[in-house]
Design a binder for this molecule. Sequence first.
Ligand SMILES: [Zn+2]
Length: 155
Amino acid sequence: MSHSTPARDGGTRPDGTTYEIAKDESDWQQSLTPAEYHVLREAGTEAPFVGEYTDTKTEGIYRCRACQSELFRSDTKFDSHCGWPSFYAPLAKERVVYLEDRSIGGMRTEVRCAACGGHLGHVFEGEGYGTPTDLRYCINSISMTLEPSSDSSTT
Ligand SMILES: [Zn+2]
């Protein structure tokens, strides 16, 4: 199977540049749990409705679980009822990179962390959710760590 995964693609972005954070796969395997490794490096997908951030409303920043890069903010998270955390935009456009994913027949757009190449999920367009971008970044909870904003408790 010629399925593209971060583990197979190594340290190179789709545009041919190099990820800032490049590690050997054996190092990723040591620093991630088997479940995290399966999603982030083997482009796996966690089961729907079970991820820890599926319905999370906490304000804060979602960081890449592999490299801690800031990826998404809670204020772009919305209720998609699709079973995975959904955002309508990344924290900044250069925080993620995109790949064509033909692994299930049709064409999907894969979303990866721009810093380490970790697989995050997919982005879908034109589904009519009524968000400002009409995009749905469908992201695995296990690819991220939520850092709650400190000002929600101190001010
Ligand atoms: Zn990352």
